[in-house]
Write a new protein. Sequence first.
Length: 349
Amino acid sequence: MTDAKKNGITYADAGVDIDAGNALVERIKPAAKRTNRPGTVSGLGGFGALFDLKAAGYSDPVLVAATDGVGTKLRIAIDTGNVDTIGIDLVAMCVNDLICQGAEPLFFLDYFATGKLDLDQATRIINGIAEGCAQSGCALIGGETAEMPGMYHKGDFDLAGFAVGAMERGSELPRAVAEGDVLLGLASNGVHSNGYSLVRKLVEVSGLGWDAPCPFAEGTLGAALLAPTRLYVRQALAAIRAGGVHALAHITGGGLTENLPRVLPEGLGAQIDLSSWSLPPVFRWLSQQGGFSEAELLKTFNSGIGMIAVVAPDRAEALAALLKAEGETVCTLGQVTRGEGVSYSGQIL
């Protein structure tokens, strides 16, 4: 046996570049550092990430955790090369869920997996994750970059996120939801990060490419469909702290029809007036391509409402004003009723 056969094959020859992984950590350290918040203890590079709950201001905390991905929206980001905001989607899908429990997001970990590490692409993706964390007051304190040749086609990657939040014991949501509570809807920013297997099918049916002029907005179709998921954390926390918020529902897969009942007690449902907001053009275009019904739209997509706040009737006006002052587009959707599920009046299509 020759020396070459004994010693010549390296990990890099097998497709894994440890040096590139180390270089990525150095590149993203400044982005992670700008997400530091009270409670952050250590920077990137350790075997584990530390966070100090006492320094974050909690005396009797309950921890809340959430994990999620971005789904097949990644396919559009990969195919168009527009990967700068997909990290915001990743953070939003986790922290928007945490806030629905009444928890303040504290820290975030990401998992990025690819067949061959592209330093520039990976840096752009993780910078987007850091931006989402910064906008949410959530520290990016660690993660994993996995280079796995043979597991992904060339140029493909996957993302997953894990967020941890906290609240003082006894302050969890939902609580005290009652008949007559008012439903305040907070506007979405397009499709967000759910339903993209259907979106991609409908784009295929339309015959348009990602670089085609967008039929419902300025720019290209691909860019419009990559509009990042809105982050509701700071606004929702402000409303919770002002008092009168009984529940929050993040409108993701399952739409209004499936997500709002998740925060309503047994025996209570909701009545929503579909004429209380305007359906964003992207959803009208998607429904035209697929020819699907109003009911299908409402149980598949967010339909223009990304978060619903269930609030006390005597606090509804003040909380709507507060949320508007925080930059939200707010509409009064309806109210909590006796019964089960969500019923609709008016038309949206």
